[in-house]
Write a protein that binds this ligand. Sequence first.
Ligand SMILES: [Fe+2]
Length: 403
Amino acid sequence: MAHYRQIGTVPPKRHTQHRGPDGNLYYEELMGEEGFSSDSSLLYHRGVPSAIVASEVWQLPDQSRTPNHPLKPRHLKLHDLTTKTCPVEGRRMVLGNNDVRIGYVVTGTDPSPLYRNAIGDECVYVEEGTGTVETVFGALSYRQGDYVIVPRATTHRWLPAKPSRLYAIEANSHIAPPKRYLSKYGQLLEHAPYCERDLYGPTELLSGAAEDVEVLVKHRTAAGIVGTRMTYASHPFDVVGWDGCLYPYTFNVDDYMPITGKVHQPPPVHQVFEGWNFVVCNFLPRKVDYHELSIPVPYYHSNVDSDEVMFYVGGDYEARKGSGIGIGSISLHPGGFAHGPQPSAIEASLGVDYFEESAVMVDTFAPLDLGEGGLASEDPAYAWTWAGRERGSDGGPAVFSNS
Ligand SMILES: [Fe+2]
């Protein structure tokens, strides 16, 4: 994120003395990506940011993965999934590979523990709910439709004001706007469907004064993903000021300006973010194709290099009765399998000029395995619905206008 911000106090020159009213030096911390060769921020702490007094094992929720074998399209009903209510520890892993994992949690209103993901950035889509994410950079408010982007190793905690449905995309890499949206110096270009004005970073610093504060750290070893519970001598939220281009932020889907065309536009026009070996797109209410002979629903497509994960978050799915797909559903359409609408939906879409549906899509360039939450929420009949069997007289394939 090349958009510079500054909050609180920082010295006029970096790496120079910055003192509090009592004359004591603040402790400068550089938080930067790719060694010292990419975006970074400088934070000024009252306490020593590396002062830990304990480090113990934190037992993570189940991270096991089951290959999609035999190969099938899958329908996962996330609203049928029971989760614990902690926004961090309650996440159940739905899908995952070695590049990205998708978890889902329905929270209560209790705050999460302090937490940081040392594996990669997190992009948490807020399906429902409101609240605050407190971070070492300050507080962010969140609401329905937000993507909350939390950079790798950012200590933070979730404080839902209302019970929240959180769809957590956890990368093994950084998550950023697609490069083609950016100028060579990082500004969002005119053809991008959003711009810097739509990104909301922290505005107020936090003041944590407690001692011996626990922070849960998700990280990797040769044996896989593990957790550690670190205890800090002073509260990590003791920053008096920071500046730079690395920080958490939110972006709401309402601020995404869909790109439409005379004929059907392919999913890359709906892209919002990318990480290593995956992309995030959102399909939002919009006018659709206006050629006099256009077909608004997609053609059948076989994305030979991708597994496609659609998370259906809004709209009217009555027209898709029989497929089983509804709000809160995920469809997984894996590479090596062609998918698209049923013939009746093609005819029904002719002349339609507006789509109401909303969905968040993650396309991965490596096959996805099923997490335990995916296995627990699967509708096993879905794979056969294109053939019109197993679902009775109204049975048809799963169809979403953009899937
Ligand atoms: Fe698709």
